[in-house]
Structures are given as structure tokens and as C-alpha cells.
Design a protein around this ligand. Structure first.
Ligand SMILES: [Zn+2]
Length: 295
């Protein structure tokens, strides 16, 4: 049996012990009370120390096989290449920093760092018995995350795939034009509709406000387009949708658009499922990915 520790930094640093793809005991949370502001202000070395401290508390002197950490941004070989949400981590070798911080504790375990959407994909695969197949997940939050399981090296910035050639589509947080996140992201929706909040856009669409109706169509078409692009590159399969704006997804509308975009018969076996995510799913996923790296 493998014992691994999963860590997520989605809103705050949370971690847990995972055995046989299941969470054992409660999640440990670092600085629960002041959460978001704090992690955004912490330098990389402090975040690494906090992660090592939480991991040591969880291990409680017992052997751990691996530690997996989910971080926002582009992660390559343990290094945070780009992280719009935790800007101070750009360029930081988090694998090295956490390993160094662990030397002050009793834990000797290899550290692996993953994109935070990839750990959600792994967590959903584990929680739903899909560890034997390709799983993709869209996380619809402030930005748009795209996660893939089984993990493999790559960039996979699916939230930034180009889904429009309209030069007016310029709301993506990364500054790129025509991006999926520029249409679907919470931040982008607020920039587009300066006079209403995203929840109001979807409510007003239901009561027939034409501008909102048109946007909600575009919002679904954009997700269908992003998914169609992924299907044409990696094949059909299961797509989970999660995140706080997943509640606005109408799967029937999404399927209608996708049917228009994907016509080759071997690519038709795709399934969407809107599911709750949560910190525990991300923690399990980070641990499962790290454990798999040592099998
Ligand atoms: Zn972008």
C-alpha cells in the first residue's frame, strides 16, 4: 500500500494523507483564517516552508512514499514557468524549494509538482473509478483551467485555446485574443459586462434579455469549441466540468454545439458531466499523481 501526501493551493494551502487513492483522516489547512490574501502575499520560499510544515504534521513521523503538489500555472519539471494567479512563483523551482524545506523535517519523500487543474482531473478519476482511462476536466472559475489524467508532461493550457477569430475578443487575463478564458472566465465576463455580475448575466438571459441570451450562447459555443479542439487532438472520452461557474452550464446546449463541431464518427464518444470539485478532490489527485510516478 502506498502512502502519499497531496497538497493543493487553490484558495489556501490544504493537504491530506492518501492511501489507495482515498483520503485518510482530515485535511490539514495552513492559516485557515486569513487564507487567500496571505498566500498571494507569501514569497515562494515561505509557501514551500508552509507546505513542508503541513506535510510533516500529516506524516507524524511515519514513512511517506511521495508528495504531490498542485499549483496554478504552467509547471514544467517542478518549475513554475508562469502563474497569473500566484505571480510571485514565476520562475520558482517549487520542487526544489519544498524538498529543501523538507530537509528540516523528518520526512524523506520525493516531491512532485503539478498544474492545479491536472490534480483535479486525477482526483475526479480516482473518486469516480476512472483511473484506467483518459479524463479531462474544465474548471470554470475566475480563469478557465484544463486538466488531464493520466498526467503527462506538457503545457496543456486549454483555457487559452483560441475559440474565436473576432478581434474584439480581447478579455482574456493573459492578454491573448480570441481565448476561451476571454469568453468564459469570471473575470472576463465582468470586463465584458461592466453593468452586471456574471450570475446576473445568466439570470437575465433566462428572462429574455437579448444581449445576455446571445452571450450565454457564445459562452456555451466557446466551451464546445475548446472541447472539440481537444477531441480532435486527443480523441473523445469523458469531460468533467467543475468550478463555481459550472452551475451555469446547460449540458444539452453544450452537446448541440459539439455535435455541429465534431463530425468524424470515431470521435463521437464524448460525455460531459458537471460535478462538484472541492479541496479534497484536488488533494487526492495530487497524491494519486505523485504515487503513480513511483509505481
Ligand atoms: Zn489567454
Amino acid at each position: 500500500m502506498q502512502r502519499s501526501i497531496g497538497v493543493t493551493t487553490a484558495q489556501y494551502i490544504a493537504a491530506g494523507l492518501v492511501e489507495d487513492q482515498k483520503l485518510v483522516g482530515p485535511l490539514h489547512v495552513f492559516e485557515e483564517s486569513s487564507e487567500a490574501e496571505l498566500i498571494h502575499e507569501m514569497p515562494a520560499t515561505e509557501i514551500a516552508r508552509a507546505i513542508a510544515g503541513v506535510a510533516a504534521a500529516i506524516a507524524a513521523g511515519k514513512k511517506v512514499d511521495a508528495i504531490g503538489i498542485g499549483l496554478p500555472g504552467i509547471i514544467l519539471n517542478g518549475i513554475v514557468e508562469e502563474s497569473p494567479n500566484l505571480r510571485q512563483l514565476k520562475g520558482a523551482n517549487m520542487q526544489e524549494l519544498v524538498s529543501a524545506a523538507l530537509r528540516d523535517t523528518e520526512i524523506e519523500a520525493p516531491v512532485h509538482v503539478y498544474n492545479d487543474a491536472d490534480v483535479v482531473a486525477a482526483g475526479l478519476a480516482a473518486a469516480r473509478g476512472h483511473l484506467d482511462r483518459l479524463i479531462r476536466v474544465w474548471t470554470l472559475g475566475h480563469g478557465i483551467g484544463f486538466g488531464i489524467y493520466p498526467w503527462h508532461e506538457g503545457v496543456w493550457e486549454g483555457g487559452h485555446v483560441v475559440v474565436s477569430l473576432d478581434p474584439r475578443e480581447k478579455y482574456c487575463g493573459c492578454g491573448g485574443r480570441g481565448h476561451l478564458e476571454g469568453i468564459m472566465g469570471h473575470r472576463s465576463m465582468r470586463l465584458r459586462f461592466l453593468d452586471m455580475e456574471p450570475d446576473e448575466i445568466f439570470e437575465n438571459a433566462k428572462s429574455g434579455d437579448q444581449r445576455c441570451v446571445d452571450f450565454v450562447k457564445l459562452w456555451h459555443a466557446a466551451l464546445a469549441a475548446g472541447t472539440a479542439n481537444s477531441i480532435h487532438l486527443a480523441g473523445a472520452g469523458k469531460f468533467f466540468i467543475t468550478g463555481f461557474n459550472a452551475k451555469h452550464v446547460d449540458v444539452n446546449v453544450l452537446n448541440q454545439y459539439l455535435h455541429e463541431m465534431v463530425k468524424m464518427s470515431p470521435l463521437q464518444g464524448y460525455v460531459f458531466e458537471v460535478v462538484p470539485g472541492g479541496t479534497d478532490i484536488a488533494v487526492i489527485g495530487a497524491a494519486v499523481n505523485a504515487a503513480r510516478a513511483h509505481q
